[in-house]
Each structure stands twice: as structure tokens, then as C-alpha cells.
Design a protein around this ligand. Structure first.
Ligand code: 0WE
Length: 257
């Protein structure tokens, strides 16, 4: 029997078959959960629908996290179909492409605000919408994805690092607010992965190779490793863990030299 048997999970942030959100959705299904996916825009809908079908997940609707009407619609539909929610995965981030290659110093006000809105504030808005549905189930678990650039100055990660730092702080404050409702909130800080997000990043392969050479496990991280740790953190296996950022990075972040 799986660790997510009888649980209902909403997974936000699947773009294609390489997405970390997709690895998490697959593992949750394998562990017995019912899974609902959202998609951002008509272009990604074409990718997400066949993926959902592959594993017997459902597509609950369109969700652009900057749109309150779409957040309301998704949670209204969840209330209708499931009446409650046990798990929510937030795997959404954005920075302007230019802001990931120029000096951080030059980030525009608008680029900064947009990155923090999509990458950090969205977790707060979604957690607020999820609370009543999770309370209806006696509690729940929320997981977001972060990256080392939140706590170290990683060249070119720039405003995304600031957004991830805010995201990790949001995790702590949400954990404090939602703890009394038996809702846990955590972040999983993943190592570099070959996804749609990283495909647009200059020197990504050089960086990923350096990580493989220096990491204690002397290899790259597999997306399945993120899926398995995510399922554990979302499940009762992690019932005593909240407000934390857990690294799934083949050990890279602990190395001092
Ligand atoms: O969080 C991320 C990347 C998220 C991301 C990626 C893009 C590319 C295309 C956010 N916004 C955009 N906007 C775009 O227009 N990662 C952890 C992957 C990543 O991104 C980096 C990295 C790593 C690792 C950027 C610079 C340096 C390292």
C-alpha cells in the first residue's frame, strides 16, 4: 500500500514531461493518491492533458497564479469534485529572461515585483485558498520548490534568488499560521535539473557539470529523487516536519570547498 493512499493532491506547475512537478505528480499517483493538475495557458494545456491521461490524473482547469479569478475557479471546482484537499504542490517561478543574465544591480522595479509576485506571493494566495479545503479533511500538507540561490549568491540567478529567499520565508510564516489547522508547509530545495526552466539558462550545462563533480554523491540529481522526497514530505511520513527547506541536491549545498 502506498504512502498517499486515499489522499487527494493538487499539483500546480506541470509544463511538460521534464517538469519537477510532473515527477512529483507521478510519484503521488504511484503512492496511491488521486491527483489533479492545472495548466498555465492554452499552449501548456496541450502538453498537460496527455500527461494527465498517462497516469490517470485529472486536469482541473487553467491556473495563471496572478489571476485571483482563476485561483477561485480552481478551488471552487476542487470543492465540488472532492469536497476537500490533502496535499498541494506549488512548482511555479518566473523572472524576466534578461534579469537572469544581466547584473542583478540592474533589475527593474517591474521585473523585481513580477518575479516576487509569481514566485513567492502566489504560494500565499494558494495556501489561503487551500486552507478551508484542507480543514475539511482535518489537515493537509503544502510543498513548494526552491533552489540554493535563495541562500547563496549564485551567478545569474539574481532576482530569482531574492524571490526564492522570500518564498522560503513565506513557508515559515505560513507554517506558523496554518499549523493550528494541522496544515504543514515546507519547501524542497532541488539541485539543477534539465527542465523547461533551465533550458533557457546560459551556461546551464557547465554549471550542472560542476555540481556533479563537487557533490558528495558525485552525480547529478534525478527528477525521480525529487518526486520521492516530495511524496514523503507531503505524506504522514513527515507529520512532524513543517516550515522547513529540505535539500534534494545530491549533497552539493553542504560542501565548503
Ligand atoms: O528556479 C530556477 C529557474 C526558474 C526560471 C527560469 C526561467 C527561464 C526562462 C524562472 N524564470 C525564467 N524565465 C525565463 O524567461 N532554477 C532553479 C533553474 C536555474 O535557473 C538559473 C540557474 C538555475 C539552476 C539561472 C541562473 C543560474 C542558475
Amino acid at each position: 500500500m502506498g504512502i498517499a493512499e486515499g489522499r487527494r493532491a493538487l499539483v500546480i506547475g506541470v509544463a511538460n514531461e521534464k517538469s519537477l512537478a510532473w515527477a512529483i505528480a507521478r510519484e503521488l499517483r504511484a503512492q496511491g493518491a488521486e491527483v489533479a493538475l492545472t495548466y498555465q495557458g492554452a499552449m501548456l494545456e496541450k502538453r498537460v492533458r496527455p500527461l494527465a491521461e498517462q497516469v490517470g490524473a485529472s486536469v482541473i482547469g487553467e491556473l495563471d497564479v496572478t489571476r485571483d479569478d482563476q485561483i477561485d475557479a480552481v478551488f471552487a471546482k476542487l470543492r465540488e469534485t472532492w469536497g476537500g484537499l490533502d496535499m498541494m504542490v506549488h512548482a511555479v517561478a518566473f523572472a524576466e529572461r534578461e534579469d537572469l543574465r544581466e547584473r542583478f544591480l540592474n533589475v527593474s522595479r517591474q521585473g523585481f515585483l513580477r518575479s516576487l509576485e509569481i514566485s513567492a506571493y502566489s504560494l500565499v494566495a494558494l495556501a489561503r485558498a487551500a486552507e478551508p479545503l484542507m480543514q475539511a479533511r482535518g489537515g493537509g500538507s503544502i510543498l513548494t520548490l526552491s533552489y540554493l540561490g535563495a541562500v547563496r549568491a549564485v551567478p545569474n540567478y539574481n532576482v530569482m534568488g531574492v524571490a526564492k529567499a522570500a518564498l522560503e520565508a513565506c513557508v515559515r510564516y505560513l507554517a506558523l499560521d496554518l499549523g493550528p489547522s494541522n496544515i504543514r508547509v515546507n519547501a524542497l530545495s532541488a539541485g539543477p535539473a534539465r527542465t523547461l526552466s533551465s533550458s533557457a539558462i546560459r551556461d546551464y550545462y557547465t554549471m550542472a557539470h560542476e555540481v556533479e563533480k563537487r557533490a558528495p554523491l558525485r552525480r547529478g540529481m534525478e527528477t525521480e529523487e525529487v518526486g520521492r522526497m516530495a511524496a514523503a514530505m507531503l505524506s504522514e511520513l513527515a507529520s512532524g516536519v513543517t516550515g522547513q527547506t529540505v535539500y534534494v541536491d545530491v549533497g552539493y549545498s553542504i560542501v565548503g570547498f
